[in-house]
Design a protein around this ligand. Structure first.
Ligand code: TYC
Length: 101
C-alpha cells in the first residue's frame, strides 16, 4: 500500500458575492411640473435632456419608472436627494428604492 499523507488546509478560499443592486424608481403625481421632473433627473442622475424626458413621460403614463440601479447606499442617497429637491419647491415628487431580484 502506498503511503499518502494529507495536510489540513491552511487557507480558506473566500467567495465574495456581488452586492445586490437597488433600483431607484420615479413615482408619478398630479402636481409636479414635467419640466421640473426633467431638471431633477438631469441633475441627480446625470441624464441627457432626451433620456430624462423619456423617463419622466414613462412615469407620467404608467405611474412609475425605473430611473437607474446602484448599490443600496447610492440608490437610497440619490432617491432621498431627488425627493428633497421637489420638497424644497413644495412638490410631492417622489423617488423610492427597491432591491433588484
Ligand atoms: N404628472 C405630472 C404632470 O402632469 C408630471 C410628472 C411626471 C410628475 C412624472 C411626476 O414622476 C413624475 N404635471
Amino acid at each position: 500500500m502506498t503511503d499518502i499523507t494529507t495536510r489540513p488546509r491552511t487557507r480558506t478560499a473566500l467567495k465574495t458575492e456581488r452586492p445586490r443592486l437597488h433600483k431607484v424608481i420615479l413615482v408619478n403625481d398630479d402636481y409636479t411640473p414635467r419640466e421640473f421632473v426633467v431638471t431633477v433627473l438631469k441633475a441627480e442622475f446625470r441624464m441627457s435632456e432626451d433620456q430624462a424626458y423619456r423617463v419622466m413621460m414613462t412615469a407620467h403614463r404608467k405611474g412609475a419608472c425605473v430611473v437607474a440601479v446602484y448599490t443600496q447606499d447610492v440608490a437610497e442617497t440619490k432617491a432621498a436627494r431627488a425627493t428633497e429637491a421637489g420638497r424644497l419647491k413644495g412638490y410631492p415628487l417622489m423617488f423610492t428604492t427597491e432591491p433588484e431580484e
